[in-house]
Write a protein that binds this ligand. Structure first.
Ligand code: NAI
Ligand code: HPV
Length: 528
């Protein structure tokens, strides 16, 4: 099978070599597509690679019938409709590490250009003006830099600012005292930071919580003559409030690499002499572009060929060592889910998954997603995958509970799935037998030993002498070959079950015929 990849923003040619070199991947590069053209073309592709320019909207995603993965060669994914991607089962991956240094260096370049008015002085000189008076700067030494967002880039900027002998005060919801101490920075609330700083730089993602977090109220609390830097995302700072704060003299200057609307060639902030700007160049170094393109290309190849991704954005990433421990249970977890879809009557309202034995210490979220996938796929179709399984369950109001249980029932590992509907509760348990592979070991209260594979028939009947013979004859009369058979009963003469492995999926007619046997209550055909 050949996968088609579309690259719709300029990516480093050296960086995309992993894609070019993959045997089963065909690469198209078209960086001039309009939104409509992309929406029309996208249904031919298995993967889409972008930077920040292409807006991957719901409209485009809904047309992307074969799309499996969107790769962002960079950090910010605010140009991609993540909810739509998740809903359609498309994984989004980014390249979070490759441009950290580049963006941090650009921020420092902006900090220094801002403090020394280098762009303004250069522009004046180009216009033939030897103007030293208007371009007197301020020093960084001894000043306080406020860093909002101490992730990869914020931390690098803070470290470099200390090299300029600045004091650093930072805020990040995940910044602990230990880390702040180790980095030699002060820390406090957003308010503490903006009140104390002479220069403020933001390094958060653009999300609901950070949109316009620097607004007119924030500016009012700042020191007079503060300078602002934004090399993260337009929209973290309210541009109208920034404009007013500069005009009023509260803010002495601003250095902007990013804007709420890009490209921003005709922006009123650019008319202010206190504002210096670059056209979203934070990640634009040869090194960073190669790094991010390599990282994202590898992830696209990995996902298309092995179904694993290192930097998923809309799916929690699972470390390799954890993955290798839980991978053997993937098949079992999905099959238990699929088994239950056949025997459950009514609309699923609740799914309870119990992990015990060896599973108790593992990170089991991927197994939970896999079980849900098994439970939903038969009715919702093949588009259900790891990416959208939990979303689809939640959207249908299905409550999913993940539990760790110490009860192993004698197995070294045990995975039990319980499904509740208005019509009752069904439970199935499975285990991974050392050297023998997965087994279903319990259905409701009945112990069995069945390989969860192929075509099964689940018979509920009354425990009477001769019933097995009758069922066997009924199967023979209906030309159904039995490969294996298991019987379980609750008590002598009471309710009982049979699990048969057969060669073909039973037709409705065959099921009806089998139900004619007096002792049989229900017969269910199962395909795993
Ligand atoms: N101008 C450019 O070309 C580039 C821009 N960026 C942008 O820079 C930003 C930071 O990137 P990274 O450091 O790689 O991301 P990161 O994920 O490592 O760091 C972001 C930090 O922001 C923190 N944060 C989240 N909400 C916050 C809040 N309300 N207040 C304070 N902190 C908050 C997070 O806890 C996290 O530590 C992103 O917006 C990214 O898109 C990244 C690379 C290049
Ligand atoms: O990585 C990021 O978040 C960036 O903003 C870089 O954007 P770009 O890939 O240069 O369009």
């Amino acid at each position: 099978m050949t996968f088609k990849v579309l690259i719709s923003d300029p990516l480093s040619e050296d960086g995309i070599q992993p894609l070019r070199e993959a045997d089963n991947i065909e690469v198209d590069v078209d960086t001039k597509l309009s939104a409509d053209e992309l929406a029309e073309k996208i249904d031919q592709y298995d993967a889409l690679l972008v930077r920040s320019q292409t807006k991957v909207t719901r409209d485009i995603i809904s047309n992307a019938k074969q799309l499996k993965i969107i790769g962002r060669a960079g950090v910010g994914v605010d140009n991609i409709d993540l909810s739509a991607a998740t809903e359609y089962g498309i994984i989004v991956v980014n390249a979070p590490d490759g441009n950290t240094n580049s963006a941090a260096e650009h921020t420092v370049a902006m900090l220094m250009s801002l403090s020394r008015k280098i762009p303004q002085a250069y522009a004046a000189l180009q216009n033939g003006k030897w103007d030293r008076k208007s371009h007197v700067g301020v020093e960084l030494k001894g000043k306080t830099l406020g860093v909002i967002g101490m992730g990869r880039i914020g931390e690098e900027v803070a470290t470099r600012a200390k090299g300029q002998r600045m004091q650093v005060i930072a805020y990040d919801p995940f910044l602990t005292k230990e880390r702040a101490d180790k980095l030699g920075v002060d820390f406090g609330s957003v308010e503490d930071v903006i009140k104390a700083a002479d220069f403020i730089t933001v390094h958060t993602p653009l999300i609901k919580e950070t949109k316009h977090m620097i607004d007119k109220h924030a500016f009012a609390k700042m020191k007079d003559g503060v300078r602002i830097i934004n090399c993260a995302r337009g929209g973290i700072i309210d541009e109208d409030a920034l404009f007013d704060a500069i005009e009023s003299g509260k803010v002495a200057g601003a250095a902007l690499d990013v804007f709420e609307e890009e490209p921003a060639t005709d922006h009123r902030l650019l008319e202010l002499p206190q504002v210096i700007a670059t056209p979203h160049l934070g990640a634009s170094t040869v090194e960073a572009q190669e790094n991010v393109a390599i990282d994202v290309s590898h992830d696209v190849v990995r996902y298309l060929t092995e179904d694993v991704a290192r930097n998923p954005v809309n799916l929690p990433s699972v470390p390799k060592e954890v993955m290798s421990k839980i991978e053997p249970y993937f098949h079992l977890s999905e099959k238990l889910g699929t088994f239950l879809t056949h025997v459950t009557k009514g609309v699923i309202e609740e799914i309870n998954i119990y992990y015990s034995g060896d599973l108790i210490d593992l990170e089991v979220a991927p197994l939970t997603r896999n079980t849900i996938k098994g439970l939903l796929k038969r009715h919702l179709g093949d588009h259900v995958n790891d990416v959208n399984a939990s979303y689809l369950a939640e959207k249908r109001g299905v409550q999913v509970n993940e539990n760790k249980s110490s009860s192993t029932k004698g197995f070294t590992n045990l995975l039990t799935v319980e499904v509740k509907t208005k019509e009752g509760t069904r439970t199935v348990s499975g285990t991974l037998l050392n050297g023998l592979g997965p087994r279903i070991v319990k259905v409701d209260s009945y112990s069995v030993d069945v390989i969860p594979e192929g075509y099964l028939v689940f018979v509920s009947h009354n425990d009477r002498p001769g019933v097995i013979g009758k069922v066997g004859s009924a199967f023979a009369e209906n030309d159904i070959n039995i490969a294996a058979m298991q019987v379980g009963r609750s008590n002598v003469g009471g309710d009982a079950i049979m699990m048969l492995t057969v060669d073909k999926y039973l037709t409705d007619e065959q099921l009806e015929q089998l139900e004619q046997v007096e002792e049989i209550n229900t017969v269910t055909a199962i395909e795993l």
